[in-house]
Design a binder for this molecule. Structure first.
Ligand SMILES: [Fe+2]
Ligand SMILES: [Fe+2]
Length: 193
């Protein structure tokens, strides 16, 4: 395979495969792994945006991810990780403003993700176009850029602080909540590979 095709195949594989269930036992690692997939998503969106005839399988992978996996990840953070972190943080952590910002960004990203899903579905149906000058390209690039900044903030501030402040009980709780959200039994997850 040529270099570019190899890279594309690896990207598709990363986007199509959730982290192994066993990793849910270490929920912060699971979230970090999800962030890697979202970086792949951003790169694919940038590629699709500028192509007049984007790869159909790339679009389908993006649609699957945005329809199925994007929402649960944001719920992991908004419903579980962020509230836990607020409870455990020390005043000098000054985490409230960061969490408020990230939550606002989630709301904006949800809206963009919906528009992207609708737009790309139309592209597949031959009813809309991508390509450098298209309105859809602008939207895809905007989402990718916002999302990269968001991931950087979460990886640089939220996850390291969570590793310091959350208790063992919090981590177990987080693991159970995230597993339940994905209909996975944690005992099975813990025993699997
Ligand atoms: Fe995240
Ligand atoms: Fe987030």
């Amino acid at each position: 395979m040529k270099k570019r095709e190899e890279t594309e195949a690896l990207a598709l594989e990363a986007l199509d495969n959730a982290p192994p269930s066993s990793q849910l036992a270490e929920p912060l690692d699971y979230i970090f792994a999800e962030h890697f997939r979202q970086r792949v998503l951003c790169n694919m969106l940038d590629e699709i945006a500028d192509q007049e005839r984007p790869d159909k399988s790339a679009i389908e992978a993006v649609l699957r991810y945005l329809r199925v996996e994007f929402a649960p990840h944001m719920q992991d953070e908004e419903h579980d990780l962020f509230p836990m972190l607020r409870r455990r943080a020390e005043p000098e952590d000054r985490i409230d403003d960061v969490i408020a910002q990230l939550t606002q960004e989630h709301a904006a990203d949800r809206l963009d993700a919906k528009l992207i899903t609708e737009g790309l579905a139309k592209v597949l149906a031959g009813k809309a176009k991508t390509g450098e000058a298209s309105p859809l390209a602008k939207l895809l690039h905007r989402f990718a850029e916002n999302e990269r900044n968001h991931l950087t903030l979460e990886n640089a501030i939220i996850l390291p602080l969570a590793r310091i402040r959350l208790t063992d009980d919090d981590i177990r709780n987080l693991a159970h909540r995230m597993a339940a959200r994905r209909n996975i039994k944690l005992e099975e997850a813990g025993n699997a590979g």
